[in-house]
Design a protein around this ligand. Structure first.
Ligand SMILES: [Zn+2]
Ligand SMILES: [Zn+2]
Length: 262
């Protein structure tokens, strides 16, 4: 098909063209890190060619009669001559007057002028699944631009941005966080609480002799797996604070410790 080869496919519309199925729409939404973990419903409002409410997308005025389309004689398709460098080529395409339905109305809808759709603001509610990655796109089928004359709508391609959470870094299905502990806690061991990105805390054991930079794993408190079950882990990197201001008695005790350790 030479016409197709030279990119004439859009002259008669077809997927995403001037007639027939509606174009895909694009939008972007930003969610918080906590919303990414829990999953969230978001309402996206965007201006697009939406189904005309007056005629319900048919393009006919209320009470208008349906007639056989005069342009295509009811076939829904028309032949057109296209001039190319090789001469004229006959191409069959969707009828522009009836959008392929084969029928037109005796009176066109006054709101949309017969197109069956209008540019207006549309709100779409989208379920964003837990664990979605920053920059990933969700395809919401049938929520793009309305088709002409009641033809199927396109899809909404929604790109999701995940805003970073202070103190938390996503590492695949795991989340890395850092927790300061005292020199005494590191040496003697302790039970500590660690903040989670959802806003809560989780209890964790720090063993005696914990080294600075050691990473502990709190299982199942990471990012939910988008494909599959369960969650990744919360990785807790331990930072050991060396005291900067010491009282006289504290100094004495540390000196004793030094002398005992040799
Ligand atoms: Zn209308
Ligand atoms: Zn027609």
């Amino acid at each position: 098909d030479l016409g197709e080869m030279f990119g004439f496919g859009d002259i008669f519309g077809g997927a995403g063209g001037a007639s027939g199925r509606g174009r895909d729409a694009q939008a972007e939404v930003t969610i918080t890190f906590a919303e990414m973990i829990g999953g969230v419903k978001k309402t996206v409002t965007l201006p697009l060619q939406a189904k005309c409410e007056k005629c319900g997308g048919t393009g006919g005025a209320p009470g208008a009669k349906e007639e056989t389309c005069r342009t295509c004689g009811g076939r829904g398709r028309v032949n057109k001559q296209i001039k190319t460098m090789f001469g004229a080529i006959a191409r069959s395409g969707t009828c522009p007057d009836c959008a392929g339905r084969g029928k037109t109305f005796s009176q066109k809808c006054p709101d949309c002028g017969g197109a069956g759709r209008l540019k207006r603001k549309v709100s779409v509610e989208v379920d964003i699944p837990p664990g979605i990655g920053d920059g990933q796109t969700i395809v919401v089928s049938g929520k793009g631009e309305a088709g002409v004359g009641g033809a199927p709508a396109g899809d909404l391609l929604l790109t999701v941005r995940v805003s970073p959470a202070e103190g938390f870094e996503r590492r695949g299905d795991n989340i890395l966080t850092r927790r300061h502990i005292s020199f005494a806690q590191a040496a003697l061991g302790d039970k500590i609480e660690v903040k989670t990105p959802e806003g809560g805390t989780v209890k964790m054991k720090v063993p005696a002799g914990t080294q600075p930079g050691e990473i502990f794993r709190v299982r199942g408190r990471g990012v939910p797996r988008l494909r599959g079950f369960g969650r990744g882990d919360l990785l807790v990197e331990i930072l050991v604070d060396v005291p900067t201001k010491l009282s006289r008695s504290q100094k004495e005790l540390i000196k004793q410790l030094r002398d005992l350790s040799g």
